[in-house]
Design a protein around this ligand. Structure first.
Ligand code: HPA
Ligand SMILES: [Zn+2]
Length: 343
């Protein structure tokens, strides 16, 4: 079959795609971290860009989160958040990305005295510029930090009130184990009543029960990660029947030791089980690769076919929060690309 001999890098490079799982604070490259530290008169506990990169050796999610929250401390002004967003969209554009739904963690900033409006206005300005310059559409998803309490999440939803017409949904991130989705049932209900869509990280390190809870108690529209769902056959069947989108992050899974080796990554099994998986970069500045690097690494690791890759690209649009008309346009682009590609 021609499938076995296709040029993987070339096919992935031009494939139209959307990114649905990207923490904008996790796209802060060490170079920009240094520049913002200098701009804002902050002294970093690292001597060089190389020293920062050398510190990015994690054995679990918490190891990463500790350094990720520390890094975000250089973000102070609206311009900083704008520059952060534009740096990400420049990478996404280079990767053939057409659309992104980006997470931000307002509590990481408001808890150190940065107003919600500074964060949101900066990110929204970067998103508008990416649309103008690259034709990349994007949406903003407000994540609650699950290691903090329900009251803090409600306060964040209140701070977001003036922005709710420019925020598409809410999410749930940070330390998973010990902080089950049910802890945030009421705040997710309140978010839903305000017209927001809902996603949650579940089954990255946490057990399948957390995925059930995200479905049944938070009533999410997507599951972020979801890897550990495969331990539960009834859950897997439910996710497939419901056509629930999973936003899977291969290089993140490798760096945070959710998988020991890329050849053991569950993505191929997910697709073969009929799960609606997508490929995403999560925190690309920390995990060693942007969107296309994730596609290529997992495709090589588990042997994805060209048809699998086209399915993943389609899933990224049908699993997005774009309206039907925009989805149809993007799907037509995928079909046209796939039909025309020969390599
Ligand atoms: O992969 C992640 N999991 C949980 N919280 C996060 N915050 C940034 N990235 C992540
Ligand atoms: Zn994530």
């Amino acid at each position: 079959m021609a499938d076995e001999t296709f040029d993987l890098d070339a096919f992935v490079a031009g494939l139209p795609k959307a990114e649905l799982h990207l923490h904008i604070e996790g796209s802060l490259e060490p170079e920009l971290m240094f520049e913002l530290a200098r701009r804002n008169g902050i002294t970093l506990p690292f001597a060089s860009v190389e020293a920062i990169r050398a510190a990015y050796a994690f054995s679990n999610l918490q190891d990463f989160l500790d350094i990720y929250y520390q890094g975000a401390g250089v973000l102070q002004t609206e311009r900083d958040f704008h520059d952060l967003a534009m740096a990400y969209f420049t990478r996404l554009n280079a990767d053939g990305g057409r659309h992104a739904e980006i997470f931000f963690d307002p509590q990481t900033h408001t808890d150190r005295g940065i107003p919600f409006s500074v964060v949101a206005d900066g990110l929204l300005a970067g998103m508008a510029q990416a649309e103008r310059e690259f034709g990349i559409s994007s949406k903003l998803i407000l994540c609650f930090l699950r290691h903090l309490d329900e009251e803090a999440a409600f306060a964040t939803l209140k701070a977001a009130e003036p922005y709710l017409n420019r925020i598409t949904g809410v999410g749930l991130d940070s330390s998973e184990v010990g902080h089950p989705p049910a802890k945030f049932e009421r705040v997710f209900k309140a978010a839903g009543e305000r017209g927001l869509l809902k996603v949650a990280h579940a089954g990255e390190e946490g057990p399948p029960e957390y995925v059930w809870e995200a479905l049944d108690r938070l009533r999410v529209d997507r599951i972020d990660h979801g890897n550990r769902s495969l331990e539960d056959a009834a859950l897997t069947a439910r996710l497939a029947a419901q056509e629930m989108t999973l936003t899977v992050c291969p290089l993140s899974n490798l760096k945070l030791c959710v998988v020991n080796d890329m050849t053991a990554h569950p993505l191929k099994r997910m697709l073969d089980l009929g799960l609606k998986a997508t490929v995403n970069s999560d925190d690309p500045a920390y995990f060693g690769g942007y969107l296309n690097a994730n596609f290529v690494a997992v495709a090589k690791g588990v042997g994805l076919s060209r048809a699998d890759l086209a399915t993943l690209a389609r899933n990224s649009f049908t699993g997005s929060f774009l309206d039907e008309e925009q989805v149809a346009l993007r799907l037509a682009e995928v079909e046209a690309y796939d039909a025309a590609f020969s390599g």
